[in-house]
Design a protein around this ligand. Sequence first.
Ligand code: NDP
Length: 328
Amino acid sequence: MTNRIRVGITGYGNLGRGVEAAIAQSPDMRLVGVFSRRDPAGVQLLDSEVPVYSIDRTEEFTDEIDVMILCGGSKSDLPEQGPYMAGLFNVVDSYDTHASIPEYYASVDQPARESGHVYLLSSGWDPGLFSINRLMGEAILPEGETYTFWGKGLSQGHSDAVRRVPGVKGGVQYTIPSETAIERVRSGQLPQLETRDKHVRECYVVLEEGADANAVRHAIVSMPAYFADYDTTVHFIDEATLKAEHGAMPHGGFVIRSGKTGQDNDQVMEFSLKLGSNPEFTASVLVAYARAVHRLARLGDIGAKTVFDVAPGLLSPKSPAQLRKELL
Ligand code: NDP
């Protein structure tokens, strides 16, 4: 295929690998290269034909890349890399620190406008597809409540917190939505749910030799901000089980809008995801949005955007005529 969209990846962790795999499933795209802070010789891609470059060389590629997909972490990588890349490329990222999105938007909007690029921030599933469904729910059913449930999913932040407890050798944490709470929401009861009602937390922990299991369990379940506000169960397992059964990164969840219309009729809108791999799915969303960003840029649009600003037809490789015929 000629005129394929030329894509670059910055940062090669779980998400970067997922983007590489998603581009391989997109015949209208071509991966130009991966940019990393590590020594390029030490970064092994899935496709060894794709070159790896030092991140210091990105400026050499402004004419070679149509859209740069940033795959760094939201905590410290994107706040630094986003504003810089906004001055050089059209960009897509997955910035997911919800509370800081307005400031982050401003920090990439100005350089994107000055350099004449489009910057789509906070794509992915939450923020991203879940945000769109929260918006649709509110717009269509103004009298109602929106509920977001996450899981069953492996939470990286909570797993790190478990591993920092003295006496813990290894471990993972799953966030699990409460079935009872979901059923109450689906039934249109509009329940008021506390944090503890919506999710439970389950930890699988490998102890250091000689560690006191009860002390470890207590340290985990009483940890403020992470576990104290939830019903948390701790399971102790051996290292082989941790490796064999807890290596994948599943996730997912539900956005449910429950409302009333007319003469007290219940209306429930529900969107759900069940993901075998969180980073691979998130990456697939980023790649579809890279297509939209390329199109917006070609139409002369500039500045920061979120998923709220992008028409859904722009995500598809199909033409508007094809979409009207096949999917309406
Ligand atoms: P990783 O920790 O796997 O990767 C983050 C960065 O760390 C990479 O870009 C890479 O940069 C560096 N890195 C990766 N592996 C190594 C290594 N072995 N040694 C040294 N450095 C390494 O994070 P994820 O890819 O899992 O997640 C990235 C972000 O995605 C998350 O922080 C989150 O913000 C976002 N996310 C968003 C979602 C959404 O729905 N919006 C959902 C899921 C995730 P470099 O190559 O430059 O060294």
